[in-house]
Design a protein around this ligand. Structure first.
Ligand SMILES: [Cu+2]
Length: 290
């Protein structure tokens, strides 16, 4: 019996240690493929922008804080149960106030909240205060695909549709791969103007730390600076109808020269449209027929 108890205790410790190790060192659950989720992934996808790096560091800090608080509260509860149960402590104390403890349990939580609030506001500011933008793209959500425009490059535009299972090539992730990827240059500040033509969608790319609502008749904007080349996947993150889960986002980050070459090809492939018409129409509430 004792052996069984020891074994159970040992097992619980192993489970706890493994869980903690996985939670605190994302490397153990490291994605094999960058920019996309992997089976049994526990942490975030690897960061591909400075903002996401900061976000992950902030999340790790919060994890430490909530773990310490939870363990402390649990320890207090256990201590009370053992020390002050009716058997161990038959005559209860009549104490009702303790000024020192009351000040402590007011001031310490305030300090904890400040420790959380300051980096949190900093992060918000970093995200919302746009740096000098090198390039702008527009992402327009439709039921159920994305349209992209490149206003800085003669406003060519194209639709990005999910590839069906029988269209996938070797190595392309299912439900995330698209026919036309958004292509952007590496290490450049890219602004994404996000809007929609029908219902609310959401342009989200986890590795960039981006999640922005695409609202019809409204222009939202986000920025990112991808510091790694590769393909980064995301999905529409606002319930938008029956094919909500089938309008993925695929962003390919390439070098400057590759980007320049791609723009030349893309301009030919997707015949140029007059600059800005699409968004102007959307804002004035004109219907898009797709
Ligand atoms: Cu959607």
């Amino acid at each position: 019996m004792r052996f069984a108890k020891n074994l159970l205790g040992y097992h619980l410790v192993v489970v706890f240690v493994t869980a903690m190790a996985t939670a605190f060192t994302p490397d153990l659950a490291k994605a094999t493929a960058e920019g996309e989720p992997v089976p049994w992934q526990m942490g975030f996808q690897e960061a591909a922008t400075p903002f996401m790096e900061k976000l992950i560091a902030f999340d790790n800090m919060l994890l430490w804080i909530i773990t310490i608080i939870s363990v402390f509260v649990l320890a207090l509860l256990l201590y009370c149960m053992v020390r002050f149960n009716s058997k161990a402590n038959p005559v209860p104390s009549k104490t009702t106030h303790n000024t020192l403890i009351e000040i402590a349990w007011t001031v310490i939580p305030i300090i904890v909240l400040l420790v959380i609030a300051i980096p949190s506001f900093r992060l918000l500011y970093f995200d919302r205060a746009f740096p000098k933008i090198d390039m702008t793209i527009k992402a327009i959500g439709n039921q159920w695909n994305w349209t992209y425009e490149y206003p800085d490059h003669d406003s060519f535009e194209f639709d990005s549709n999910m590839l069906k299972d029988d269209e996938l090539k070797e190595g392309q992730p299912r439900l995330l791969s698209v026919d036309n990827q958004v292509v952007v240059p590496v290490n450049k500040n890219i602004r994404v103007i996000v809007t929609a033509s029908d219902v609310i969608h959401n342009w989200a790319v986890p590795a960039f730390g981006i999640k922005m609502d695409a609202v019809p008749g409204r222009l939202n904007e986000v920025w990112f600076k991808a510091t790694k080349t590769g393909t980064f996947y995301g999905q529409c993150s606002e319930l938008c109808g029956k094919d909500h889960s089938f309008m993925p986002i695929a962003v390919r980050v390439v070098s400057d020269t590759e980007f320049a070459a791609w723009v030349v090809k893309a301009k030919e492939e997707f015949a140029a449209a007059p600059a800005g018409t699409k968004v102007a129409e959307l804002v004035s509430g004109a219907e898009q027929s797709r």
